[in-house]
Design a binder for this molecule. Sequence first.
Ligand SMILES: Nc1ncnc2c1ncn2[C@@H]1O[C@H](COP(=O)(O)OP(=O)(O)OP(=O)(O)O)[C@@H](O)[C@H]1O
Length: 295
Amino acid sequence: MQQENSKGAAAASKDYAIGKSKVELRNVSKSYGEEWDEQTVIEDISFELTPGDLTVVVGPSGCGKSTLVNLIAGFERPDSGEILLDGKRVTGPGKDRMVVFQETALMPWQTTYENVVFGPKLRGDMRGKELKDEAERLLAKVGLYEFMHKYPLQLSGGMQRRAELARALINKPSILIMDEPFRGLDAMSRGLMQEFFLRLFEENHRTNLFVTSEIDEAIFLADRLVILSNRPAQVRKVIDIRLPRPRHYSMLNSQEAYDYKREAMSILHDEAMRSFSSTGVSSDFTENYTAQPNA
Ligand SMILES: Nc1ncnc2c1ncn2[C@@H]1O[C@H](COP(=O)(O)OP(=O)(O)OP(=O)(O)O)[C@@H](O)[C@H]1O
């Protein structure tokens, strides 16, 4: 539940109380298409986003991860089952659930600052000096203070993702949802963004859902890893990742991280095999394919 903070609290502690919501998915299913060509994408999924934790959903390409995001964000409705936010059923989108997508959603004709203030200004949630101060505080936090008057196309890919984060955070969401936000960035920018995002998360431990298809990224970030099957997506396994925080990339070389990776890879490998055999890929290929964890 969103808490009000006492006046005059420091910015960091002001952030700390925000975004500690709980999300419960109970037996959620979703299909698309008409009865005669119906395609079940999500099948009987149940798990929780626990308050203050970073839950990472990982699964094979096309298994239904974005559909899951759309359901939690309220852009889509489940066919059966329910999604609860702090015990209240989700029936549509809301600023309490902000989503950062893999494609940039920044408006190219507006400056970075204008993009960040757009939502609260439109809704009239904040205005004047309060809005300006909050936008500047967040832009400084994501390292874009000097770039606030630049247009999105004048920013690098990593900077655009950080601008999107500021644009989401200004709404003080109860949960932050990230749908493969670093996909498409080059390896160096992706690594830097992962570390940057972790620092941001570890500052206030906002309830967070992060979707990815990269195992290393998943283990590096997660408190809890939810591994999905091929479509229709079902939960194959939930693994608590107990690597210490604050995290550093070197931790991915530890035995503990290796063990997590091996377990997750083995499940995803089984899913890949099931997918190959159902599409008739030759057994020569499937027998020769083995997952090689490389922590
Ligand atoms: N609105 C829709 N109408 C019809 N089919 C849809 C719709 N949204 C998603 N699908 C189908 O659901 C399946 C899962 O798509 P989704 O984008 O959720 O998977 P994903 O795991 O996020 O994929 P990727 O790893 O490629 O990002 C796909 O077959 C897709 O075509």
